[in-house]
Design a protein around this ligand. Sequence first.
Ligand code: SF4
Ligand code: SF4
Length: 137
Amino acid sequence: MTEQAAPPTELPLRPQDELQCRRCEVHCDKVVHPGACIERSCPFVYAYEAFGHTYMGCMQRVFDVEIDLDLLRASEHRRGGFGGVMARRAPLPMCRIEVSSCYEQRSDEIGCRNPEFFELPLASPSFRVFAHVDDRP
Ligand code: SF4
Ligand code: SF4
């Protein structure tokens, strides 16, 4: 008896909205860079003081950890910066995100089954002003 081929892996309607992909052995996750939240003066950053330290976080819960601001700033001055933390909710256009692939050496001959996962939201709005109408009399 011949072995039946495995059914094709199902893909979601919008793979761009997923936060992680495990459709092959590589394992990819979206990570967000908290250093960019400060740099971009995102209105969703919050901060509070506790135990003599200032901690920052994201009101939108794009990432759900709270980070010591002094450590973050010190790391941002070093090569590589603070780096990214796991995204827990769909990133917004102002977030700096990237895809982190864990085990690239496990890639097989088929390659990525879900290339749209790597399509990240644009950092700028998807519209542009092309004309100004002056309605003054
Ligand atoms: S919405 Fe994005 S840029 Fe703003 S604080 Fe949250 S993670 Fe940072
Ligand atoms: S390489 Fe492609 S299919 Fe494999 S886990 Fe990453 S996004 Fe998914």
